[in-house]
Structures are given as structure tokens and as C-alpha cells.
Write a protein that binds this ligand. Structure first.
Ligand code: ADP
Ligand code: MG
Length: 252
């Protein structure tokens, strides 16, 4: 039986009369890369916002490692081990790379380390910060002001900030958005490295990237799950070919 790290059970979210997330029940397997695709407005970002606690659902439940997290605030969800990146960059422009990651690292330690002496928590924060910078590939840029970095590096830093919270599950909302092909290749390599030790839920438009990284795939349309399964199952799914992949089917 599959080892489920995250489960949504009939999760729904409306904005006024618009149902952005419509009865979404999904299982995410531990250690896998699970991509979510679908046209603009399909409800992908809303789903991520529900999982991270940035939005509250109208109905349904979210279970992380078997524990209900449905109404927990974002900082609690982060401390439990779910990290997220935002579709729009979320860094402090005037802070250095190191400082940005440091802020993220200490946010995770707030409650879990409160019984330790301040000196040892500071050491732990420093270690997390350095590990995150190393992992995201920005160690050599640690003193660089975020505002002075390229767009691609800023997105990399955002992933570093997420890693500084030492998450088990990463929620990534279009990490390649707005990048040139060189930058995309670097971030795809980074995601592949992260996938070796984390579970990833990845929203991505770039189908080449999706097919090169993802093992599981969910297609959303109008807030609903159209299909979910292995990449192979989704490629061969008739409804998906008709509604979403269309004539691109031959090229993906
Ligand atoms: N905060 C909000 N208030 C009102 N409507 C929203 C809000 N966030 C998203 N929506 C609407 O919900 C639908 C799904 O949006 P979103 O989750 O951003 O889709 P996707 O990420 O798949 O492009 C869209 O119709 C969008 O306009
Ligand atoms: Mg979106």
C-alpha cells in the first residue's frame, strides 16, 4: 500500500459564487514528485494556499502524516514540515541572501527549539541557513543583496528560504515562471536534487519540466480533479487528451 504523506478529503473553497476548489480528494505519496497541471484559473494556486494554511477551506479536510491540519495557521503548518514557495517572489529585497534564509530558518525554530538555550538555537539556525544556501546553490552569493540578484537567482533564493525551514513536503507554485531557458535548466536540476530527499507537490506550466521531474500527475479543470495517476496513466487518459493536452499530445 502506498505511504500517503498528505491527503485532501473533499476539500472545497469558494470565493463568493465562484467555486475555486471543488471537492478535491487527493493522496500524495511520500518521496514522490506529484505535479498539478491545468489551465489558468483551474484552482491550482488556491489548492496550494489551502494546503499551506494561507486560505481556509469552506469544506473538507487536510491530513498531513495522518494528522488533521485543516484549520491550523500557516506558521504551524510550516513548523510541522510543509514548506511552500509563492508564485510571486516573497523575499526581502534589501536583505542579503544569508539574511533572507536566516529569517526563514528561525521561523521554524520558534516553537520546536524553545527549550534550548539561546546560544544553541542560534547555532542551529546558522546551520539550517548554511545548509539551505548550499542546497539551493547560492552559497557563493550569501552576502549578495537580494535586490541585486537576477530574477532566476531570486527564485532560487525563495526555494532556499523554504528549505531553511527544513520541510519534509515542498509546495512549489510555478517555480519556473518568468525564467529564461538557462535559468529554467538550473532550477529543474535543483528540483531534481531536492526530490531525492523530499516529497514535492509541483504546479508547473512547462510540460517538458513536468514530464522530466514528475512521477504522479493530477489534472485540474474548473476547480475539479479531471484525472490523477502516474505520468503514464495521464498521458494515455482520453479525457485529458481531449480537454487539456489537445493537439500537443504528440509533442509532450
Ligand atoms: N482571493 C481570491 N478572491 C477571489 N477569487 C479568487 C481569489 N483567488 C483565486 N480566485 C479565483 O479562483 C479561481 C482559481 O484561481 P487560481 O487558484 O489562482 O487558479 P490557477 O492557479 O490554477 O491559475 C480563478 O477563477 C480566480 O480568479
Ligand atoms: Mg496559479
Amino acid at each position: 500500500m502506498a505511504d500517503t504523506i498528505l491527503r485532501t478529503d473533499r476539500l472545497s473553497k469558494s470565493f463568493g459564487g465562484l467555486i475555486a476548489t471543488d471537492n478535491v480528494s487527493l493522496d500524495f505519496e511520500r518521496g514522490r514528485v506529484h505535479a498539478i497541471i491545468g489551465p489558468n484559473g483551474a484552482g491550482k494556486t488556491t489548492l496550494i494556499n489551502l494546503l499551506s494554511g494561507d486560505l481556509l477551506p469552506n469544506n473538507g479536510r487536510i491530513l498531513f502524516n495522518g494528522q488533521e491540519i485543516t484549520r491550523l495557521p500557516p506558521n504551524r503548518i510550516s513548523q510541522l514540515g510543509i514548506g511552500r514557495s509563492y508564485q510571486k517572489t516573497n523575499i526581502f529585497a534589501e536583505f542579503s541572501c544569508y539574511e533572507n534564509c536566516w529569517v526563514a530558518a528561525q521561523s521554524r525554530l520558534n516553537s520546536s527549539m524553545r527549550f534550548f538555550r539561546p546560544a544553541s538555537s542560534l547555532k542551529a539556525i546558522r546551520q539550517r541557513t548554511e545548509r539551505a544556501l548550499e542546497l539551493c546553490g547560492l552559497s557563493r552569493r550569501h552576502n549578495c543583496r537580494a535586490a541585486a540578484m537576477s530574477y532566476g537567482e531570486q527564485r532560487q533564493l525563495e526555494i532556499g528560504m523554504m528549505l531553511a525551514t527544513e520541510p519534509e513536503l515542498l509546495l512549489l507554485d510555478e517555480p519556473l515562471a518568468g525564467m529564461g531557458s538557462e535559468e529554467s535548466i538550473q532550477v529543474i536540476e535543483l528540483l531534481k536534487r531536492l526530490a531525492e530527499e523530499h516529497t514535492l507537490i509541483l504546479i508547473e506550466h512547462d510540460m517538458d519540466a513536468v514530464f522530466s521531474i514528475a512521477e504522479q500527475l493530477t489534472v485540474m479543470v474548473n476547480g475539479r480533479v479531471l484525472a490523477t495517476g502516474t505520468v503514464e496513466q495521464i498521458r494515455n487518459n482520453q479525457a485529458v487528451q481531449e480537454v487539456y493536452l489537445g493537439e500537443d499530445e504528440e509533442t509532450v
